[in-house]
Design a protein around this ligand. Sequence first.
Ligand SMILES: *[C@@H]1O[C@H](CO)[C@@H](O)[C@H](O)[C@H]1NC(C)=O
Ligand SMILES: *[C@@H]1O[C@H](CO)[C@@H](O)[C@H](O)[C@H]1NC(C)=O
Ligand SMILES: *[C@@H]1O[C@H](CO)[C@@H](O)[C@H](O)[C@H]1NC(C)=O
Ligand SMILES: *[C@@H]1O[C@H](CO)[C@@H](O)[C@H](O)[C@H]1NC(C)=O
Length: 379
Amino acid sequence: MKDMHSPPRQRARLKKPTWIIILLSFVCVFLVFAYVYPLQNSGACYIILSSSCNTLYSWLPPPARELSDAEAASRVIIKNVLDLPSTESSNPKIAFMFMSPGSLPFELLWEKFFEGHEGIFSVHIHASREKPVHTSRYFVDREIRSGKVDWGKISMVDAEKRLLASALKDPDNRHFVLLSDSCVPLRDFDYVYNYLMYTNVSFIDSFDDPGPHGSGRYSDHMLPEVEKKFFRKGAQWFTMKRQHAIIVMADNLYYSKFRDYCRPGMDGRNCYADEHYLPTFFHMLDPHGIANWSVTHVDWSEGKWHPKSYKKYDISYQLIKNISSITQSVHVTSDTKKKTMVMPCMWNGINRPCYLFARKFLPETQDRMIDLFTNLTLF
Ligand SMILES: *[C@@H]1O[C@H](CO)[C@@H](O)[C@H](O)[C@H]1NC(C)=O
Ligand SMILES: *[C@@H]1O[C@H](CO)[C@@H](O)[C@H](O)[C@H]1NC(C)=O
Ligand SMILES: *[C@@H]1O[C@H](CO)[C@@H](O)[C@H](O)[C@H]1NC(C)=O
Ligand SMILES: *[C@@H]1O[C@H](CO)[C@@H](O)[C@H](O)[C@H]1NC(C)=O
């Protein structure tokens, strides 16, 4: 037994100086790199853990490569818009932007929501298929020029941009909310108004999914402007502060990368621009300016291709209570690990309920929702 063990030990003793030399050379090479590329890549930041890294990374991540003219121009515009002091408005409004194929089934519920708050909100409707028939005065004549929307294609992002462009025309609009025809409010108007108006972030869903429904959809054609490590995923239902709405309008560079290389059938895979463009854009250009979760709740727990659709008999006091008391946002990766990431919903440093709206509600739920909504103790 002893004999059998001694040869490896001898070998180990012989190799020791060699290992020390190799280790020392690694340290030297690392130090030389760290000196030559001072804090230019995030790897170095992790190891050195210098505080200057944090401040550097709190702003645009400086890429190790030289920026093209278009990128340099784009970044300087974005930085300047974000640095502008937000102009005060004596009458700050919230823009509610509805994306729908046609008529909106919840106009009467939204009417209850808006009632009594005239003058501090505006409604904008993008109806992509047919002209809506209105049941509420707040929605009459609020349609904007619209275009066809193909599910998963860039035309979805185009519709979002069209809504923003229309809502930005009113200088009093300070925060912009994107909603679908199947969205319902979970809170009363004042709660929503204060939640959105008195925070300095946009509620844009953005997380790192290394799986096939996340970075698996990335295409190298997006290089050099969009690197795979910055590629993010998130639900399209955002709320956005005015400065962010302006930089989305100003962006053509990153937009065109997603238009051309994040689409169904790209490189034999399906990429959906509406799930990746804004989450990636904001992650790259203003990571601390977004909350990383969406204030619109959706239930994917059934594990199907579509989220749960609430029917009439699903609607109860307890259901709304349950959804509106959630204070943590959850993201699950689409790889085999199915890693679950739980994050407390922090609003100005306080852990608060995450959700103001919810989808997908079938039109048949409206009467039940109105009954609940008028029970002021709940909303
Ligand atoms: C938002 O406000 C908080 C607290 O006032 C501050 O710490 C944070 O840096 C601000 N964030 C942005 C993106 O301005
Ligand atoms: C959102 O995520 C980014 C990157 O993961 C992070 O830097 C940022 O601080 C997060 N935002 C908030 C408000 O926590
Ligand atoms: C509400 O949440 C409780 C506790 O998680 C659960 O037992 C109940 O089934 C939920 N009710 C509804 C209607 O979702
Ligand atoms: C109204 O809210 C109270 C709780 O505050 C609840 O007990 C009651 O059942 C609700 N009414 C209806 C009609 O849902």
